[in-house]
Ligand binder design. Structure first.
Ligand code: SIN
Ligand code: CO
Length: 390
């Protein structure tokens, strides 16, 4: 088992019982030897790439408040920016920058499959993305310079917003608390709590966001998968055979029959886990998401040969999302059957030592070849500085 990280002066137990999903907290010095994984120029470089999701928030654009522009951006776009009053935000930086991937290790005391991505922002002095709330938990790691954070109350979909902007900016933001964060400090904000962070000098913030699908999204996706497998002949059936005196009535017995039908479909832990594992490991930030085809025979044979040659650990790829349930492994939206020990070994840590002992288990060699051919398992540590051996 990996050793659990600490959160500065706060113990993980206290954090989880008193703050996680309950109230915001500032965690000072979580990264005492903090080194900012990338520079503002490198962030701008990422925002110029086609496959990287990025956006610019402008506090005022041609008279309109809080405007949003989607990347990728060109040199010209950056040249035309005003001196101040804008923020650049880049999603899933953990997919592209090894040192940023390593930063996520600090937060693996929450299940891997809940992690969404690492978003990195840059703002010049005085800029911000405005007072707002998010529907997910976020750890805001101060990367470069300082940020003045103001925290407000818990909000909801009815909270008043600023008009004429595509962004959800709170209209009546009132701060209950304020803090200045320095490099290596972390602010934790639970879902729906108002927050507003204004840059003090050149400022970069690293946001570790968590995946929190809405109940509607969960039902929508699960039911779609269920429906794709339910045969046509399974139909609603009348619960009673007695003649009715009230032919217009939707009787309680009919509603109970309906509820039983629905409950029967939901009360299937195996079926639910199979769907949930695939759903929560689906990649969100990869351009070929959903279009990826299974590796061909040549790729699988090559992966098998490479695995035979390799005697060190294997590593989860930066964009790999693994989870497991009993003897099922889930990897980037796909489900694989294997033994429970192998599933746990592959999904629990980024650096997978001792995998060789599992290869004798039925199907494990084929599974590893699949994962290597899909580029989800690497032979090199993606977070090791360039040129350094594992
Ligand atoms: C930022 O990095 O500019 C803002 C992040 C947030 O408020 O969620
Ligand atoms: Co936010």
């Amino acid at each position: 088992m990996p050793t659990l990280p600490s959160l500065g002066e706060l113990s993980l137990d206290t954090f989880l019982s008193d703050y996680w999903q309950k109230k915001p907290v500032v965690l000072r010095g979580v990264f005492p030897d903090w080194q900012c994984p990338l520079t503002p120029d490198e962030l701008a470089g990422l925002a110029m790439e086609e496959e990287v999701e990025s956006r610019l928030v402008l506090e005022r654009d041609q008279g309109k408040p809080w405007q949003l522009k989607a990347g990728p951006f060109s040199d010209e776009d950056f040249d035309q920016l005003p001196e101040n009053g804008w923020s650049l935000l880049v999603q899933a930086v953990d997919h592209w920058v090894p040192e940023a991937t390593a930063l996520l290790d600090q937060f693996r005391f929450i299940p891997n499959w809940r992690l969404d991505d690492l978003m990195v922002s840059y703002a010049p002095d005085g800029a911000s993305v405005g007072p707002h709330f998010d529907f997910y938990d976020v750890f805001l790691v101060q990367g470069l310079g300082k940020r003045h954070w103001q925290l407000g109350p818990k909000c909801n979909a009815q909270s008043a917003r600023v008009k004429d902007t595509p962004l959800n900016i709170l209209a009546d933001f009132k701060a209950d608390a304020e803090y200045i964060l320095e490099p290596g400090d972390v602010l934790y904000v639970p879902p729906q709590f108002a927050h507003w962070g204004v840059a003090q000098g050149d400022c970069m913030t690293y946001s570790v966001g968590f995946r929190a699908p809405s109940h509607a999204e969960i039902l929508d996706d699960y039911v779609a998968e269920l429906c794709s497998r339910l045969p046509e002949h399974l139909r609603y059936q009348d619960p009673a055979t007695a003649p009715t005196q009230t032919p217009g009535l939707l009787g309680n017995d009919a509603l109970s029959a309906l509820q039983a039908l629905l409950t029967e479909q939901i009360n299937q832990p195996q079926q639910l886990a199979q769907w949930f594992g695939k759903y929560m490991t689906e990649p969100k930030y990869l351009p070929d998401q959903g279009t990826e085809t299974a590796p061909d025979q040549e790729a699988l044979s090559q992966a098998a040969a490479e695995l035979q040659e390799h005697d060190g650990p294997l590593f989860q790829a930066p964009d790999a999302r693994f989870a497991y349930f009993e003897s099922q492994l889930f990897a980037n939206g796909e489900r694989y059957e294997c033994d429970a020990e192998t599933a746990a070994l592959l999904a629990n840590t980024r650096c997978i030592s001792g995998w060789q002992a599992q290869v004798t288990q039925p199907g494990v060699a084929a599974l590893l070849s699949q994962l290597v051919a899909r580029d989800l398992l690497w032979f090199e540590d993606p977070t090791a500085p360039e040129g350094e051996d594992e």
